[in-house]
Design a binder for this molecule. Structure first.
Ligand SMILES: Nc1ncnc2c1ncn2[C@@H]1O[C@H](COP(=O)(O)OP(=O)(O)OP(=O)(O)O)[C@@H](O)[C@H]1O
Ligand SMILES: [Mg+2]
Length: 242
């Protein structure tokens, strides 16, 4: 079986700064992969390329046999690639329900009524029903992160890219997010999770990829990565790491 996601020879430069280089990796359908590394090591940039927000400077990305580097995020959403942001992005002036409906309508086959039904069902599963009519801009940070989860659910995703979903989230809500991530994954959804929260990464992921200065320095099971000399060195040299 071929991999669901294949990244080859990826390089990303911002002017003179090489943010990513020599990135080769494959992810199989149904994997739950952690992506760690010190601040500025290129984690978000990698997700931005897989998610279609940046085109790479070199290299390619294939998703289910289709070349997707440089393809717009809206088209990737229709292919089943969903994404949350390090800095939460919701439509602040729309209600929670409307935010969900906008996502559901990404699928052309979904009618307005169906979108509403799907949205209400998902809000219920996220314990957000009581906030359905609230403006998204009034949600707490953690609730807004949950809304992002909800918007991803509306896409019926095959691959979910999560960038620091637990930042500033209340522990109780965090556990609920773990359950949601595990439930997606149990249904065969592939997940790539960036987090500085090592407890979350090592608790959730069976595979952990480590970036340092834009290159992969370790890729393997949590135990191996945790004890990998290059990983320890990368973090010891980083004074900002959590
Ligand atoms: N749009 C951009 N323009 C210029 N430089 C950028 C841009 N995006 C990222 N960079 C730079 O690329 C490098 C990698 O950044 P990236 O955001 O991918 O790191 P990160 O691993 O996600 O860090 P953090 O853990 O702090 O979120 C950094 O040096 C960053 O300053
Ligand atoms: Mg980042």
């Amino acid at each position: 079986m071929s991999a669901q996601l294949t990244v080859s020879g990826l390089r990303k430069q911002f002017g003179g700064l090489v943010a990513l280089d020599h990135i080769d990796l494959t992810v199989d359908r149904g994997e739950l992969v952690g992506l760690i590394g010190p601040n500025g090591s290129g984690k978000t940039t990698l997700l931005n390329i897989v998610g279609g927000y940046y085109a790479p400077s070199a290299g390619s990305v294939y998703f289910e046999g289709q070349r997707i580097d440089g393809v717009a995020p809206s088209r990737l959403a229709r292919l089943g690639i969903g994404r949350s942001f390090q800095v939460t992005k919701v439509f602040r002036r729309l209600s929670v329900l409307e935010n969900m409906q906008v996502s559901a309508l990404t699928d052309w086959k979904v009618s307005r009524n169906q979108a509403r039904d799907l949205a209400l069902e998902a809000l219920d599963s996220l314990n957000l029903s009581r906030l359905a009519q609230e403006r998204a801009g009034r949600l707490s940070g953690g609730q807004a992160k949950l809304l992002e989860f909800g918007r991803i659910m509306m896409l019926k995703p095959k691959l979910v890219l999560l960038d620091e979903p637990f930042g500033g989230v209340h522990p109780e809500l965090k556990r609920f997010m773990y359950d949601t991530i595990r439930a997606w994954n149990a249904r065969g959804v592939t997940i790539i999770l960036i987090s500085h929260d090592m407890g979350s990464i090592f608790g959730l992921c069976r595979r952990v990829i480590t970036l340092s200065y834009g290159e992969i320095i370790a890729d393997g099971d949590p135990e191996t990565v945790r004890n990998h000399p290059a990983v320890l060195e990368a973090y010891l040299g980083d004074h900002h790491a959590a």
